[in-house]
Design a protein around this ligand. Structure first.
Ligand code: NAD
Length: 357
């Protein structure tokens, strides 16, 4: 059977995947979305068939692998259905709504022998690959503290639709951007065991009465009469048994003056400290050389950004499916989900909590 990818969901991120598949030299078999107009528009733009029912897409011999790019509540059922139908799966983040669902997905992978890769695309950013090379070369020494930040000013996605309805999304910014931040910082730190978590969330911008002003909206348009029962800001501290102390800050919306707090990842090591904006144009490392404090800026090649990360994600997925490599695993997705769940528990109880409880 020839390699062909079907994309489940023809929404905002499906188009980014379609470009990533094309850039990686993959073959797009088509799109499935219950919204026929969206499926057809995506197939017209990128090629392939438009389906409205997942089972019809799974029944097509052209589809050997599936990208699951649907609302979060459908991740587990559709990823499991795809693997049961004999298809490999690239599953968008968050892996699922709960750790139980993540475990069910891993079980389905093991039962069917299919490939499962979780969509932690930030790992494939050029900045992150460069950062990893500097870490591996020992430029930071022992990393004792890490910080990851994604703070938006007007970035609530799909306000009033599934993104902001807890029953469909599992939460707000913490479950939306949190998986990227948690996975990335853990990966750069060698995947330490996170034992305890303290977190606090806020919900200040999306709740009615809405004075929230925006100029554009991911996955828009908004439904101003729709549901908003999720967090739009979060801060957390993670204690590891065998790694750095990690702090995370994220917001879909804020009144932060532009550029006042650096977005991205900061790692503090005993011989060097590093900062980079995930989609930025350099990785900076500060260190001490003889008696001098020195900052070195390592530029990222022009043209790198979100698009090339999705291209690399699809190259890795292809290699993963054909036995030539590994991508972000179900177990890593489960670990991230356990930490996110612990963060929400900590927020609810107002206490530091154990990740394993
Ligand atoms: N990797 C990233 O950086 C990134 C960025 C954005 C979104 N995402 C993730 O991708 C997923 C989709 O997000 P989006 O922004 O594209 O949302 P979206 O709302 O724009 O698109 C979701 C699409 O899924 C369709 N859908 C609903 N039920 C379906 C079903 N049963 N079968 C097939 N399609 C169905 C909807 O009609 C919609 O077109 C989410 O899980 C989100 O967290 C990841």
């Amino acid at each position: 059977m020839a390699w062909g990818i079907g994309v489940l969901g023809a929404g905002a991120i499906a188009h980014v995947h379609a470009k990533g598949i094309a850039d990686a030299g993959g073959r797009l078999a088509g799109f499935c979305d219950p919204d026929q107009a969206k499926a057809t528009a995506a197939a017209d733009e990128w090629g392939g068939t438009a389906w409205t029912r997942p089972d019809d897409m799974f029944a097509c011999d052209d589809v050997t692998a599936v990208v699951v790019a649907v609302p979060n509540a459908l991740h587990a059922p559709l990823a499991i259905a795809a693997m049961d139908a004999g298809r490999d799966v690239l599953l968008e983040k968050p892996m699922a709504l709960t750790t139980h669902e993540c475990a069910d997905i891993i079980q389905a992978r093991d039962r069917t022998g299919r490939t499962l890769q979780v969509g932690f695309v930030c790992r494939f950013a050029a900045t992150v690959l460069a950062a990893q090379r500097h870490i591996d070369a020992g430029r930071l020494g022992h990393v004792y503290q890490a910080r990851a930040v994604m703070l938006r000013r007007r970035g609530i996605p799909g306000l009033g639709r599934w993104f902001t309805d807890r029953s469909q999304s599992g939460g707000g910014v913490l479950i939306d951007l949190g998986p990227h931040l948690v996975d990335l910082v853990l990966d750069l730190c060698g995947r330490p065991v996170v034992e305890r978590v303290s977190a606090s969330t806020s919900s200040r911008f999306g709740q009615p009465p809405r004075g929230y002003r925006f100029t554009e909206m991911w996955s828009g348009p908004p439904n101003l009469d729709g549901c908003f029962d999720v967090d739009d800001g979060a801060t957390a501290m993670l204690r590891c048994s065998d790694g750095p102390t990690i702090t995370l800050e994220t917001a879909w919306a804020s009144h932060l003056p532009d550029g006042t707090i650096a977005d991205g990842v900061t790692l503090f090591g005993d011989t060097g400290a590093m900062h980079f904006d995930i989609w930025g144009n350099c990785v900076r490392i500060g260190t001490q050389m003889d008696e001098e404090i020195v900052d070195v800026s390592h530029p990222i090649a022009d043209g790198e950004g979100w698009g090339t990360a999705f291209k690399r994600e699809h190259e890795a997925f292809h290699a993963h499916c054909t036995g030539g490599g590994e991508g972000p695993s179900g177990e890593q997705g489960l670990q991230v989900q356990q930490i996110l769940e612990a963060m929400y528990r900590s927020d609810q109880t107002g206490r530091e909590v154990s990740v394993s409880s």
